[in-house]
Design a protein around this ligand. Structure first.
Ligand SMILES: Cc1cc2nc3c(=O)[nH]c(=O)nc-3n(C[C@H](O)[C@H](O)[C@H](O)COP(=O)(O)O)c2cc1C
Length: 175
């Protein structure tokens, strides 16, 4: 893949919130997890875990925890990506809180792009009640849910979502 193909790959992805019920194949799920496993992490501690949720009742409960976002119930698989603070804080103390969140976020990004590479659709979902998600999935206290990545085959929006102008993010040499 050359650099313009890479940019084309990135810009052709968009969040999808309408899904069919066609389940993911096990090798599709495995591919996403394999790709996430290649992500960099602080100190190579890989302070993230993922719970792959395909069970209908659990997805319904997660959708409720996500303030009724219906794509979480509709989609065939939800990858609940979590920070694992025991892994990150055992070496880095309080800084490990940030590293755990970063590790989980990067892993989720890799899964989202891996889904795109398989021509699957996804929606990163960050609006949810942490405690409710904890209850639904019986998460221990040192595990923080960071994102619910919905993955399936869906109906992408007709138009890609716009972005700020490139220069607006960039500061040269100082703020
Ligand atoms: C941290 C984060 C949290 C998000 N939370 C939600 C969410 O709760 N519900 C939702 O429908 N989309 C959510 N999104 C998706 C964004 O709305 C979407 O990525 C953004 O509008 C850009 O659109 P695009 O992904 O189609 O390019 C979230 C994305 C990120 C990165």
């Amino acid at each position: 893949m050359d650099s313009s193909e890479f940019l084309g790959f990135l810009t052709s992805r968009s969040s999808v919130r309408e899904y069919g019920s066609d389940p993911l194949a096990q090798d599709e799920i495995d591919y996403l997890v394999t790709c996430a496993g290649t992500a960099p992490s602080a100190g190579n501690l890989e302070a993230w875990d993922v719970i792959v949720v395909t069970d209908q009742d659990t997805r319904a409960a997660l959708a409720e925890a996500a303030f009724g976002q219906s794509h979480i119930e509709q989609v065939p698989a939800v990858f609940v990506v979590c920070a694992n603070y025991v892994r990150s804080m055992s070496r880095y103390g309080d800084r490990g809180i940030l590293y755990g969140l970063e590790d989980a976020t990067i892993a989720c990004t890799y899964m989202m792009l891996a889904a795109h590479a398989l021509r699957l659709h996804s929606c990163w979902t960050g609006a949810f009640d942490d405690e409710e998600v904890r209850k639904v999935l019986s998460l221990p206290q040192h595990i923080r849910p960071v994102s619910l990545l919905a993955v399936g085959r869906g109906h992408p929006p007709a138009q890609l979502t716009g972005r700020m102008a490139e220069g607006e993010h960039v500061h040269l040499d100082t703020w």
